[in-house]
Design a protein. Structure first.
Length: 238
């Protein structure tokens, strides 16, 4: 009986080590750094690469790392039905045109889904919510702002009774926009919808992975969680 073939390493055609590639993707996606900032910081550590290499690596490996993180989390959390979701849309500038970035966040502040559309109508809200429900299952309650597109989409989905609205009720998702806004400014905006969709999804997964709620735990617990998150990151795609 032939032995099962071992999956080929995704790093096999690259001269740099997987550790360096993971470090580059982590620095660029997680922190508000430009391509050239990452190049300079790595040079200080004795790693000489071009900023275009940083761009190539995050485009090539960022979605792969984010996909691994997302699959692990979805498999752990899909059985929970007491989750509360917070939905909101934010305006993002794309070549001088404003587009909508829809985001779903759970009650712990982790980003569940990011979806880019050119309009904020019922069709866009429906596509966004169907995508989130298919991947994460149905929550117990969904908190939104007063945008009528949410109500129209929920009427069609048959879960209007789960919708909740109220002043300051959606602060959880409003606050979760801030890390993306900081990252957006460092990138000097986006030029294509596909680039925005890719980066928003990758950034959300990596931010979730390293979001350790340091303000809710003591120093020792935070250090243990940080070490565990970094160890999990270092074995991605290994």
């Amino acid at each position: 009986m032939p032995r099962p073939r071992k999956p080929a390493s995704p790093f096999r055609y690259f001269n740099s080590s997987p550790e360096v590639i993971r470090l580059v993707v982590l620095m660029y996606v997680r922190f508000p750094l430009s391509l050239r900032n990452v190049e300079d910081l790595l040079f200080e550590r004795g790693i000489d690469i071009c900023h275009e290499t940083v761009r190539l690596w995050w485009n090539r490996f960022g979605p792969m790392f984010a996909g691994d993180i997302r699959r692990q989390r979805v498999s752990r959390m899909r059985g929970f039905r007491h989750w509360r979701w917070h939905l909101d849309e934010m305006d993002v500038k794309l070549n001088g045109e404003m587009v909508d970035l829809w985001r779903a966040v759970d009650h712990e502040g982790e980003v569940l889904e990011s979806y880019v559309t050119r309009t904020g109508d019922k069709k866009a809200a429906l596509s966004f919510m169907r995508k989130a429900l298919k991947r994460h299952g149905a929550p117990e309650a969904i908190t939104t702002d007063g945008l009528r597109s949410y109500g129209a989409a929920m009427d069609e989905l048959g879960n209007r009774e789960k919708q909740e609205m109220g002043r300051w009720a959606n602060n959880r998702v409003e606050n979760s926009h801030l890390p993306f806004r900081r990252r957006e400014r460092a990138m000097n905006r986006f030029r294509r919808m596909s680039s925005l969709q890719k980066f928003a999804s990758v950034h959300a997964s990596i931010h979730n992975h390293f979001s350790l709620e340091r303000h809710l735990t003591d120093r020792q617990t935070y250090k243990e969680r940080r070490s565990a998150a970094l160890a999990e990151w270092q074995i991605l795609a290994s």
